[in-house]
Design a protein around this ligand. Structure first.
Ligand SMILES: Nc1ncnc2c1ncn2[C@@H]1O[C@H](COP(=O)(O)OP(=O)(O)O)[C@@H](O)[C@H]1O
Ligand SMILES: O=C(O)C1=C[C@@H](OP(=O)(O)O)[C@@H](O)[C@H](O)C1
Ligand SMILES: [Mg+2]
Length: 174
């Protein structure tokens, strides 16, 4: 089985995904880390030197590859935008042995976190206060919601610890 984690930036896909994989004894793959390894550059560098459209092309290509190669039990954490471009969310939904989970956070919760955690996230790295971040995240999440909502399972993340979120995921999965 491949457990695909989706959700907005800073919802915990990478860090909570790692914990979930450890708990289940599954392989862990983070799509952004995979892209960085394959491209020999950080996400920030790719955005700066080649632009977002190049990044989205690579993201789509590697996501497809990872969804096809699924012999091993895996937790696959996507980047926040991955399900929202091209046919990516439909690819996730139709992939055999894949189950998608949306890590669902509210705008105030995500915006507060993102002000602290913005440096490696090129889409929001220039926004340095909670008011502007809330406005940006509010609009952006509204645009992305139709894609995230398609996930088969939804887990609420606000004010939960990472182990609590892992427990919630395990209980809806098994
Ligand atoms: N439930 C949580 N409680 C406390 N810190 C968290 C929680 N979820 C994520 N974090 C922290 O927030 C930051 C963003 O998390 P990350 O896993 O990178 O999110 P994503 O991959 O969805 O962007 C990291 O520093 C992470 O350690
Ligand atoms: O939401 C997005 O468009 C992005 C999210 C990032 O991943 P995280 O959601 O893990 O921060 C990363 O893929 C890139 O900065 C773009
Ligand atoms: Mg991540």
């Amino acid at each position: 089985m491949t457990i695909v984690l989706i959700g907005y930036m800073a919802s915990g896909k990478t860090s909570v995904g790692k914990l979930l994989a450890k708990k289940l004894n599954y392989r862990f793959i983070d799509l952004d880390d995979f892209i960085e390894e394959k491209e020999g550059a950080t996400i920030k560098e790719i955005f700066n030197s080649k632009g977002e459209i190049y990044f989205r092309k690579k993201e789509t290509q590697y996501l497809k590859e990872l969804l096809q190669a699924n012999e091993e039990n895996t937790v696959l954490s996507l980047g926040g935008g991955a399900p929202c471009f091209g046919e990516n969310m439909d690819e996730v939904l139709k992939a055999k042995h894949a189950i998608s989970i949306y890590l669902k956070g509210t705008v105030p919760f995500l915006a507060n976190k993102l002000v602290q955690k913005r440096s490696k996230r090129p889409l929001i790295s220039h926004i340095d206060n909670v008011e502007d971040m809330s406005e940006f995240v509010g609009k952006h999440l509204f645009e992305r919601m139709p894609f995230y909502s398609k996930a088969e399972k939804h887990v609420v993340i606000d004010h939960k610890s990472k182990p609590e979120i892992v427990e919630d995921m395990v209980s809806i999965l098994f």
